[in-house]
Ligand binder design. Structure first.
Ligand SMILES: [Cu+2]
Length: 310
């Protein structure tokens, strides 16, 4: 009984370790990392493994010492333990070790962050401005509001120096879609993130992309999808999944109000530009016919009000 605590700690730690091994070894359970569908995903995952390994090593080491001490020196053991006081070597050791660990993590993180965030941006248009790099294949303005995502697609090529104006004003040919991010595999996508109310966070786990939207700011992010999960079927007039397991969620990762949980969307990666263009054309036609239908009752009610039907 006097070794109860050491046994309890050992059991909990071993159970956690077993769960970790099962999660890694059985990807079909979905307990490990989500699908990786962008060029930056591998780098970010490597960073995750490095940080997990470093923290895991020190966690296991300290838990091991704790369990050993509880076992070896129970409270029922005779005599008092001899405390260590003012040990300079120990103090230097536990200051230097975390410092080195943090420096390693910083050195490994910087290039990953740079690639995900800054690469391709001309030096004069670093994030903070709403400019986008001239080599982007797609520019999408993502506007967050309580509680959905509005995605505005430019349907005509945009001059890179006109992006700021487009983000603010738009053009009549733009397509606005709620909660659906459509791109094609291999496209260099430039997202401009903004919000009309509170802080939200645009999170697409499959792309390893996560960025807060901040009031008053338009924040650029870039990504390139490496795997497709849908294609547009012209016969059915809708996108159909090409991989039923690859259903990729967009979530708001910042508690933003009562219906925060409803702020979800989907990522659709088309296999090529042709499929994407077919979807874009179809959606534009649908939007146009919907807005025409919506105008009909308005027109008839105004006629009645004006007395022309009597
Ligand atoms: Cu939100």
């Amino acid at each position: 009984m006097h070794r109860f605590w050491s046994l309890l700690f050992a059991t909990v730690n071993l159970a956690c370790l077993a769960l970790l091994v099962v999660a890694y070894a059985c990807p079909e359970l979905g307990w490990w990392l989500p699908d990786a569908a962008s060029t930056q995903a591998t780098n970010i995952d490597s960073l995750f493994y490095l940080i997990t390994a470093l923290c895991g090593f020190f966690f296991v080491a300290t838990e091991g010492i704790l369990i050993y001490s509880l076992w070896k020196f129970p409270s029922t053991a005779p005599g008092n333990p001899k405390p260590i006081h003012g040990h300079l070597g120990l103090e230097i050791g536990w200051t230097i070790a975390p410092l080195v660990g943090l420096l390693v993590i910083t050195a490994a993180s910087l290039p990953v962050w740079q690639a995900a965030r800054y690469q391709g941006f001309p030096t004069s248009t670093l994030p903070g401005n709403s400019e986008t790099p001239p080599d982007a294949d797609q520019v999408i303005l993502v506007t967050a509001r309580q509680w959905d995502w509005h995605l505005k697609y430019a349907t005509e090529p945009l001059p890179s120096e006109g992006i700021r104006q487009w983000a603010a004003e738009g053009t009549p040919s733009d397509l606005v879609v709620a909660n659906e991010l459509h791109v094609w595999k291999g496209a260099k996508v430039s997202l401009l993130l903004r919000t009309t109310d509170v802080i939200h966070s645009f999170f697409v786990p499959a792309l390893r992309l996560k960025q807060d939207t901040l009031p008053g700011k338009t924040i650029p992010m870039r990504f390139e999808a490496t795997v497709s999960n849908v294609r547009f079927d012209p016969a059915e007039g809708r996108v159909v999944p090409t991989d039923t397991k690859a259903s990729w969620e967009i979530a708001c990762a910042e508690l933003c109000g009562g219906n925060h949980f409803r702020m979800r969307g989907k990522l659709f990666v088309h296999p090529d530009r042709k499929s994407y263009d077919a979807w874009l054309d179809h959606s534009k036609r649908q939007t146009r016919s919907r807005s025409l239908t919506a105008m009909v009752p308005q027109a008839s009610s105004s006629i009645q009000k004006d007395g022309f039907t009597q």
